[in-house]
Design a protein around this ligand. Structure first.
Ligand code: PLP
Ligand code: COI
Length: 353
């Protein structure tokens, strides 16, 4: 399929790099492609960024049949542009599509479309340390229809946003509230999918945690409220007695691409890093025994985010004196080094534009 390109005649001013924040500014163009039952995906276009017409009865507004992804483009010192594991993101959107009854997209075509869009807006890629161009592909049900039924028309859109750190703390440790009353997902539900409803389900707990002075919540399993799942926008890792562990994929957490990269990188360093079922009780016991060495979150937006404090059932624990630990720092340096082209990519994670 050829992508029809219409360039803007009114390019926007670029925001100052120190005011980027996360997801506030959007570039000059977007990618849009339509799906109609019988006709498949068609009419791929890159066009000026702007509002999209939508009927008030549009299915996604009522029943949330929507999926999304998040990945980043980075500028290297020699002015090349690198994407980090984009095929993984497009494979994952298809896994989410499957769960949400949304038609599959062609992974290679989607990556090509992302590359084309990023190329057109490449002047928007910031180059200051810790900044990147965030890429947000998403698909939603577009039928003007109020019946509860998988739609027969969809839109696949990609928008771009120059970003800085996701958390105001940057690389400083964040405080995380262990959620003991609300749940985000249960096995058999949609927890493993990157779908709008999972984030809607998280807002109330997130708001209450913020009021108590915490940055995000750590979810426990939805049945026994014992086993650790993930944080609002990241997966979670614990270093206990020299070994690193992250909750095993169980259908209710997102299979994070940064999580997978961290496991591979840690193991390449000879560090014992594995996926396992781990309870919050075990983490607190490790703390009591002086064996809880580091806790950190991983995600595209957050990269590596050290956790300095956990609060569970009113009991607060401080990890590594509230400072970033050596493994968290080394992982951050390695992942950002690979992403920005400073380190040789022996893992084959990056894709050149
Ligand atoms: N868990 C949730 C709920 C997320 O939203 C994200 C962010 O995408 C992650 C984990 C981390 O996933 P990834 O490393 O693929 O960005
Ligand atoms: C990401 O890390 O890409 C995310 O999507 C997290 C959040 C902004 C929802």
């Amino acid at each position: 399929m050829d992508i029809k390109i219409t360039k803007t005649t009114a390019p926007k001013a670029k925001p100052p790099v120190d005011s980027l924040g996360f997801g506030v500014y959007f570039t000059d163009h977007m990618f849009v492609m339509d799906y109609t039952k019988g006709n498949g995906w068609h009419d791929p276009q890159i066009l000026p960024y702007g509002p999209i017409p939508m009927d008030p009865s549009c299915a996604v507004l009522h029943y949330g049949q929507a999926v999304f992804e998040g990945l980043k483009a980075y500028r290297t010192a020699d002015n090349q542009v690198l994407l980090f594991r984009p095929y993984n993101n497009m494979n994952r959107i298809n896994e989410s599509n499957e769960r949400l009854c949304i038609p599959q997209i062609d992974v290679d075509f989607a990556v090509e479309a992302i590359k084309k869009l990023v190329k057109i807006d490449q002047d928007w890629i910031p180059d200051a340390p810790g900044t990147a161009l965030y890429i947000r592909p998403f698909i939603f049900a577009a039928d003007p229809f109020l019946g509860v039924h998988p739609a027969s028309t969809y839109k696949f859109i990609v928008i771009l946003s120059p970003v800085g750190a996701y958390y105001k703390e940057g690389l400083n440790p964040v405080k995380i509230y262990v959620e003991d009353s609300y749940v985000r997902a249960v096995r058999g539900g949609m927890g493993f999918s990157k779908t709008a409803g999972n984030y809607a389900a998280s807002l109330k707990a997130q708001e209450e945690a913020e009021k108590k002075g915490y940055t995000q919540v750590l979810w426990l399993d939805g049945v026994e409220r014992k086993y650790i799942e993930e944080v609002g926008a990241m997966n979670i890792f614990f270093k206990i007695d020299g070994k690193v562990v992250t909750p095993a994929l169980n259908g209710s957490i997102l299979a994070g691409i940064t999580r997978n990269s961290c496991l591979e990188i840690l193991n390449s360093w000879g560090i014992d890093a594995k996926e396992a079922k781990i309870s919050i009780q075990e983490v607190y016991e490790a703390y009591e025994n002086g064996k809880l060495e580091e806790v950190f979150g991983t995600g595209t937006a957050a990269v590596i985010s050290p956790v300095g404090e956990l609060c569970w059932n009113g009991k607060k624990i401080t990890i590594n004196n509230g400072e970033i630990g050596p493994i968290s720092q080394k992982l951050y340096d390695t992942i950002t080094g690979l992403q920005s082209g400073k380190l040789e990519d022996t893992f084959n994670y990056t894709v050149k534009l």
